[in-house]
Design a protein around this ligand. Sequence first.
Ligand SMILES: [Zn+2]
Length: 361
Amino acid sequence: MRYVHLPRLLSIAMPAFAFAVSGLFGSNVEAQGGIRLRQPFAGTYRLTAYVDHRSPDYTYDGNVVVYNGEERLNCPDCGEAWTNQGTYCYDGHNATDYALPGNTPVLAAASGRVTFSGWRSTYYGNSIRIDHGNGYETWYSHLAAFSVNLNDIVATGQQIGLSGNTGQNQPYHLHFEVRHNGDVTDPFGWQGNWSDPLPSGLAVCLWGDGQCFEIVVEDESDWFYKYGTGWDWDCRGNGWTMRRVANRQTSESAYARWRPDLPHTGPYAVFAFVPAVHATTTNAEYVVHDRDGDHPVLINQLNYSDEWVYLGSYNFWDGILGYVYLDNATGEANGSGEVCFDSIKFRQFRVYIPIALKNYP
Ligand SMILES: [Zn+2]
């Protein structure tokens, strides 16, 4: 094992912090004890449930603490009825769920060795576990089929199985679980401005694709503000829900803002998630408000299906001054379609990324 010199006090008092620092600033993240993951599928699917940092052991305590520090009620609006299509979110979750339809290829999130391939339990159904070294393992559950066998060595991105709905009666989805030294951890890390309540300690962002540098504002977020009338919702959005309003030809009757608390002044790439359902306006006018003023971006929501749509790159202030605005005045005949309001994400430019991670694709 490579010797890493650390101040003795730091290594004793704050092992989790020392790990995080070495993971971020070491010359090689993996050699330093970290790991770099890719998404366990190709393309874009809705993220439908997060790791609950407060009770990742299926204890029901009435709320979910998300990696960004938000404390949300358990499944607002959607209830817990798994037969209500698209409702995957729940209290006490120990993994990240993605809405993969059945028989979608599931890919290894990193290279490693298959240490479990079979029926995990009546809850998880068919599952695969991969050991990546450095104490990290990933689980893939509810699979319909296996493409690998026990003890196989797999490469990052290699197909390991097909998604399904095996296990407890539930909709099709992929349950993607990451463990470190056997404990639940969160590949999104911890961005809250309070201490990480995850019992296993500080989670470190493990994504190698830029997700570590994104601020996602969902329509359940404290940073999402909606006004006016006619609002409805659906459980088939990114995160948990989406909001929707019938369109109007001229003056708007409803509008909303996504207004994040940004960590830096400077450029961000902005994306809007457009769900597969209800997003039927051909003329959604997002307005991005940055240091240079207002920038309208017309998006034909009908063209997109559970996809992140690039709205451009903009120069924001740090703090809460910048935002994205959308209303339901689309120029189309009243009630001829619906305007969908789902997640918006702000991706920091690589200038802010720690040097060690800039080398990653
Ligand atoms: Zn799950």
